[in-house]
Design a protein around this ligand. Structure first.
Ligand code: C2E
Ligand code: CA
Ligand code: CA
Length: 542
């Protein structure tokens, strides 16, 4: 406005004509507006440029940020992949290794066998699998606990690993079982020799917790060949060979062959047959009298199981007891036997004035049950038998494990008033130490000693020694398997009064033992009434 004021003043005083005035005005206006417009344009352009710049900067920084995030993400991903790979490797290691020994495990061994079978016949020759089982590992675990058990397994693992070649696979395949897969054994003979060397190495002494242990092992050996349709067949074959090695007494190597398989099938069938025999109630009890040789009175009876087989007739226990023990069927049959014997005893006892001892064989498998004593108590109550009339015959096999538990179990049995007899005495190695350790009422001298008394003075001395030792500790003695009058005289002269044997009577069914109890043995002394009669050379045969 000021400019217009000045301009009008200027045109008026300078008396400039009208058209010039207009042109001048336009010129002046243009002169003033153009720089303004330029200024404005420049400012606009600058601001636009700076906005664009800012946009670009922003975009750049966003891009940079995105790149940074991507890099970070990639790094995290790489880390994760690495972690996952590590975990996977760890898992794979766990899946194929045994955590205790660090050796391969059963899964790995099985896959290896599978892939060898898949490859077809080996160009390098013979592939062999060994299965090694420790025979007395349980003792270490029971005595010293699992920690030392693990140390023992690790040591055995190292011994095996050190003895085989790098290409052989050593695996721990079960609690106390190891496997060695020899991919190139060259021959079964060579593998057998290696197995024997392994046995020697394994059976070297190990010191654990200041105690010296001598491990024992059994080894099964089988060839991995094309007629094995799957790893399961190989594992079954080697297991059967191992089982045979153990059955033959352990500390040996057994090579699998087809007879082993056939035997195993027969055993399986027999177990099946026993199963149906149990449900058909085909088992019966026979009784063999225990004789007091001083007057030939019947002191007691031993219940001995028989299988009344529908085709074979009466079958003795040697054909089925060990199978029953293996399968655990002895638990059911044993419980039945104890009950049945107590019921039968009631019938026998009715005929007598005095007490008739009832001796019943009890298997180690029955004693392992935690409710053994309560079942025994129930049986005593149900049958109303005097506990002191009942004697349980146990064999040494039960003493091999858990000393403390067995001691307590013996006390419990005896606190019921029931007696304990030690069967087959003298056949185990540490029989004498057991005598000191456990409360035992009677020792039954194994029939092999009775039989061998005649053969040598040494055997006679052994029997004398056992009798003296038993008497010194207040333990009764019974001789088993007396077959001749000579054996009877010898035993009496050595201080053993009670015996059982074919000389007096074979085991007979219930009705026959009742008859024998009524009549007494034929040569029993006349002055002792009731059950005492004369002894025949041989009584009823079954
Ligand atoms: P064991 O307990 O040592 O029984 C004595 C075995 O010797 C009986 O064999 C008996 O018949 C036999 N014997 C008796 N006197 C003579 C003899 O003068 N000469 C000969 N050579 N043998 C004689 P058995 O009845 O065949 O029983 C064999 C084994 O089966 C028994 O040996 C026992 O260990 C086991 N057993 C029998 N019944 C049962 C049972 O009910 N339960 C359990 N767990 N085992 C049983
Ligand atoms: Ca017996
Ligand atoms: Ca015996």
């Amino acid at each position: 406005m000021r400019f217009f004021g000045w301009y009008l003043n200027f045109v008026h005083h300078a008396r400039i004509p009208m058209p010039v005035e207009v042109v001048l005005l336009v010129a002046v206006l243009l002169g003033a507006l153009i720089p303004l417009a330029i200024l404005l344009y420049r400012r606009e352009t600058r601001s636009r440029r700076s906005m664009k710049l800012q946009d670009e900067e922003k975009r750049l920084s966003q891009a940079l940020e995105a790149q940074r995030v991507t890099t970070l993400r990639n790094e995290a991903l790489t880390l994760e992949v690495r972690e996952r790979q590590k975990t996977e490797a760890k898992l794979k290691h766990l899946a194929y290794h045994d955590p205790v020994t660090g050796l391969r495990n059963r899964a790995y061994l099985t896959e290896e066998i599978q892939s060898l079978l898949h490859k077809g016949p080996s160009p390098t020759g013979v592939i062999v699998l060994l299965y090694i089982d420790l025979d007395n590992f349980k003792t270490v675990n029971d005595m010293l606990g699992h920690r030392y058990g693990d140390v023992m397994l690790q040591e055995i693992g190292k011994r095996i690993q050190a003895a085989v070649r790098d290409e052989d696979v050593v695996a721990r395949v079960g609690g106390d079982e190891f496997g060695v897969l020899m991919r190139n054994a060259q021959s079964v003979d060579r593998a057998f020799r290696l197995a024997q060397r392994l046995l020697t190495l394994i059976e070297e002494q190990i010191d654990l917790a200041g105690l010296a242990f001598t491990p024992a092992a059994s080894i099964g050996l089988c060839r991995v060949q094309q007629d094995c349709t799957s790893p399961d067949v190989v594992l079954r074959n080697v297991d059967l060979a191992l089982y045979r090695a153990k059955r033959e007494g352990g500390s040996r190597v057994v090579i699998f062959d087809s007879t082993i398989h056939e035997e195993a099938l027969a055993t399986m069938r027999a177990k099946q047959e026993i199963k149906s025999a149990i449900s058909n109630k085909e088992f019966v009890l026979f009784y063999q009298p225990l004789i007091d040789m001083r007057d030939h009175s019947i002191y007691g009876v031993e219940a001995l199981i028989r299988w009344n087989h529908p085709r074979k007739g009466i079958v003795g226990p040697y054909e089925f007891i060990s199978l029953m023990e293996e399968s655990g069927q002895i638990v059911e049959v044993g419980a039945w036997g104890l009950k049945q014997a107590c019921e039968d005893h009631k019938k026998m006892q009715e005929l007598l004035d005095g007490n008739l001892v009832l001796s019943v064989n009890v298997s180690a498998r029955q004693l392992e049950l935690s409710d053994f004593v309560s079942t025994l108590r129930e049986t005593l109550i149900e049958s109303n038998i005097k506990p002191a009339s009942l004697q349980l015959e146990l064999t040494e096999s039960i003493l091999a494990s858990e000393t403390a538990r067995i001691g307590a179990l013996f006390q419990e049995i005896r606190s019921l008033g029931v007696k304990i007899a030690f069967d087959d005495f003298g056949t185990g190695y540490s029989s004498l130490s057991y005598m000191e350790r456990y409360p035992i009422d009677t020792l039954k001298i194994d029939q092999t000693f009775v039989r061998r008394m005649r053969e040598s003075p040494l055997n006679r001395d052994i029997v004398r020694f056992i009798v003296q030792l038993a008497h010194a500790s207040g333990t009764n003695v019974t001789a088993e398997g007396v077959e001749t009058a000579h054996e009877e005289t010898e035993l009496l002269s050595l201080g053993c009064a009670i015996a059982q044997g074919y000389l007096f009577s074979r085991p007979v069914p219930l009705d026959q033992i009742i008859g024998l109890l009524e009549r007494g043995l034929p040569n029993a002394k006349k002055e002792t009434k009731g059950r005492l009669f004369r002894i025949p050379a041989r009584t009823e045969m079954v």
